[in-house]
Design a protein around this ligand. Structure first.
Ligand code: GLU
Length: 380
């Protein structure tokens, strides 16, 4: 649902935000020559210092390691495609990026603390708690955590690949009040400005739906990896975690304070969902990679979506991919549209064997759910 005619919120200036996660994309922290943009980082650092002064805690999620590495190695013109080379390149760029952040914050007497995270840090509960503990300690020390994906060692197969999702998961991890995505456009636009002069800024989004995902479907810039669709996917994680999200232009003067105040026209404000998804369901929906798809019939789809039931073998039409019990799977209707995600209770071979069977006909050990309602998240 999109509300394009948002009114000025008179109370906006008074809103107090305890903790904010600010994500800045590669295209915003690098210059046209691919160098780390010291000017932008120093400007953002001043804005962050102002927030800290007002008692708001700030976590930065910054991209730019690969861009900075390519520029240092003189490889900007021929960006390598080999993931192993890009990982090595990130190692050259990450400390340069970090140094720029430290130099930006230092004049304000602020220390930056580097935290590099990989998807495994969100799927492994022990790692997750450690990461949360470290971030909490840094904030207690008055340090600004500066987070990036651990590009140099993250398993290429399961990398986040874009920092939008990482930022959203961090916002959830630290229990942020606000997630700000700073990018190189004014926010979410109603169309592609290259093709239409009618394009306007969508100022407020109450619920991320199909229409919005269609509008956002274009690719990103060469520097960044996350077009608008990836920003919207990230905003979905954050807003489903109960964290309001603002997408705004990194180069707009005073953007950080304006985003915190939700000043009119600052960018796109995406409202947090009232029904916060519990951490476990968020983890299933957004952190885990699906190993396969279970296609279900219309009756089962309705029972899952409308009645909050578990998925039984009788409703399964087809099983795609290979999985073992406790793996995450997507659940799709017969039209191929994924509408839920969950943890399966049986391996793909077993599930395929019993497709469509009534519970009474199944051997006792299989009479239960394919996906239990406690392990199931409806995605739309
Ligand atoms: N982690 C990557 C980097 O720092 C950026 C990923 C992205 O573009 O979001 O270069």
């Amino acid at each position: 649902m999109v509300d394009r005619g948002r009114q000025v919120d008179e109370t906006a200036e008074l809103r107090s935000v305890g903790r904010v996660v600010i994500k800045i994309g590669s295209s915003s922290v690098t210059t046209e020559d691919g160098e780390v943009d010291t000017g932008t980082i120093s400007e953002l650092s001043s804005q962050i210092a102002e927030l800290l002064e007002r008692g708001t805690e700030v976590v930065v999620v910054t991209s730019g390691a690969i861009a900075a590495g390519l520029s240092a190695l003189g490889r900007r013109a021929d960006r390598p495609s080999d993931p192993a080379v890009l990982q090595a390149v990130s190692a050259v760029g990450q400390h340069r990026l970090m140094r720029t952040w430290q130099e930006g914050l230092a004049p304000h007497g602020i220390l930056a603390g580097q935290v590099l995270l990989a998807p495994l840090d969100f799927t492994n509960r022990g790692q997750y708690l450690h990461a949360r503990g470290t971030l909490a300690e840094l904030l207690k020390l008055g340090v600004v955590p500066v987070v990036n994906e651990n590009d140099a060692v993250a398993d290429e197969e399961i990398r986040f690949g874009d920092n939008d999702r990482l930022g959203a998961l961090v916002a959830h991890l630290v229990g942020a009040d606000l997630f700000v995505i700073l990018t190189d456009t004014a926010g979410l636009l109603s169309g592609d400005p290259r093709f239409s002069s009618e394009t306007t800024l969508i100022e407020e989004v109450v619920e991320i739906d199909h229409e919005l995902e269609r509008i956002a479907g274009g690719p990103g810039t060469p520097e960044g990896s996350g077009g608008m669709l990836s920003k919207l996917a990230a905003a979905k994680i954050a807003t489903w975690s109960g964290v309001e999200t603002v997408i705004a232009d990194a180069r707009r003067p005073g953007v950080v304070a304006a985003a915190v105040a939700r000043s009119r026209g600052v960018g796109t404000v995406l409202k947090a969902r009232r029904a916060r998804l519990p951490a476990r369901k968020l983890w299933i929906a957004f952190a885990l990679r699906a190993s396969g798809t279970v296609v279900v019939d219309e009756g089962a789809r309705r029972a899952l979506v409308n009645d909050g039931r578990s998925l039984l073998p009788a409703g399964v039409v087809k099983v795609q991919g290979e999985f073992v019990a406790d793996d995450a799977v997507e659940i799709a209707g017969t039209d191929g549209t994924t509408f839920a995600k969950g943890l399966v209770r049986m391996a793909s071979a077993r599930a395929a064997e019993w497709v469509g069977s009534r519970s009474g006909d199944l051997p006792e050990e299989l009479s239960g759910a394919v996906v239990h309602r406690d392990d199931l998240v409806i995605l739309r």
